[in-house]
Each structure stands twice: as C-alpha cells, then as structure tokens.
Write a protein that binds this ligand. Structure first.
Ligand code: HEC
Length: 159
C-alpha cells in the first residue's frame, strides 16, 4: 500500500514535470514560430511586386550623391551638413524641395534649431527628372519624413 502510494506520487511528479516542460517548450516554439513568420513576411514584402520601385531607385541615388554629406543614417555632420531626418524641407512644400535639389543651397539656414552656413552643390546637371523624383519619394518615405508623391513632370516643370 505504502509503496504503491509512493509510485503514484512519483508518477504524478513526473507527469507534472513533463507537463511543465511541454508547456515551456511549446511557449518557446510559438515565440520562435512568431519570429520565423515575421521574417518570412518581411522577406515576402520586400520581394513582393507591391514594393514601390522608387524606394530602391531613390535609395541608390541617395547613396550615390547625398550620403557623402548627409550620411547613411541621414543624421548629417554637426555644424557642417544638416540632418535630413524629420526635415521640414523634405516634408514641406514640394516645389521648394525640388528647387533645393536642382539649384543647391547656400547661406545661413536653421535646421532643427541648429544654424548651418555652408554650400550644398546643385544637382540639376547630375540627376535627371526621374532620379530626382525617385530620390524625393524615397526621402519622403524614410528618416521620419513624409509628404506628397513627386512625379518626374513636377521636376521637369521646376527646371
Ligand atoms: C557637398 C555636401 C552635400 C551634398 C552632396 C548634398 N548636400 Fe544637402 N545640404 C548640404 C548643406 C551644406 C546644406 C545646408 C546649406 C546651407 O547652409 O545653406 C544642405 C541642405 C539640404 C537640405 C535642406 C536642409 C535639411 O537638412 O533638410 C536638404 C533637404 C538636402 N540638403 C538634401 C540633399 C539631398 C537629397 C542630396 C542628394 C541629392 C544632398 N542634399 C546632397 C550639403 C550637401
């Protein structure tokens, strides 16, 4: 009688322990599965044809022409090159923004409370209408900026 009680208790203990274990590993699995699903989804998204072309094309233009001054993360260089993160110039008036890109910028300017007085070279001889539009649409969807969609025709009009 006593021995069978011990056996039952130890069986119960094993049962509870294994329940806990499966509970834990199930939890781990779902966490892992969630991560895997998220990765799969993001991969699918970037491979999907819904991904607008301007994001990739615009980023290429940015990396080629703007990155050297405004930096890869858009943070600029203190007291030399202003940041393009959450920029009023990028999210603001479209014509003024196109103008800055085509004609460049010089003289004192205050960006996010910091004054800059330097020279940004004009890009009108470097970038065509399509490249400027792609670039600005990329910037308006990056670095915390926003704004209406820019068409190559808008750039052509400003030239
Ligand atoms: C040679 C360095 C240089 C390059 C290359 C350059 N910029 Fe600039 N950019 C500047 C400077 C300097 C200013 C501030 C000009 C002033 O002091 O009047 C500026 C200002 C700006 C501004 C307005 C202020 C702000 O930070 O929001 C925007 C927008 C901008 N640049 C975007 C671009 C984009 C997009 C490109 C790529 C086509 C680019 N810049 C290329 C140096 C540069």
């Amino acid at each position: 009688m006593k021995i069978s009680k011990i056996i039952i208790f130890s069986m119960l203990a094993v049962l509870i322990a294994s329940c806990n274990n499966t509970g834990n590993s199930n939890k781990d699995k779902t966490e892992e599965e969630k991560k895997e699903t998220a990765v799969a989804e993001s991969l699918q998204q970037s491979a999907s044809t819904d991904e607008p072309d301007f994001m990739e094309a615009g980023k290429k233009v940015y990396n080629r022409v703007c990155l050297v001054c405004h930096q890869e993360d858009g943070s600029g260089v203190p007291n030399m090159y202003p940041p393009v993160i959450e920029s009023d110039y990028i999210s603001g008036n479209t014509d003024s923004l196109i103008y800055i890109i085509l004609e460049g910028m010089k003289g004192p300017v205050v960006v996010k409370g910091v004054e800059y007085n330097s020279i940004m070279p004009p890009q009108k001889g470097v970038l065509d209408d399509h490249e400027v539009a792609d670039l600005l649409n990329y910037l308006r969807n990056s670095f915390g900026n926003s704004g209406e969609f820019v068409k190559p025709e808008d750039v052509a009009e400003m030239r």
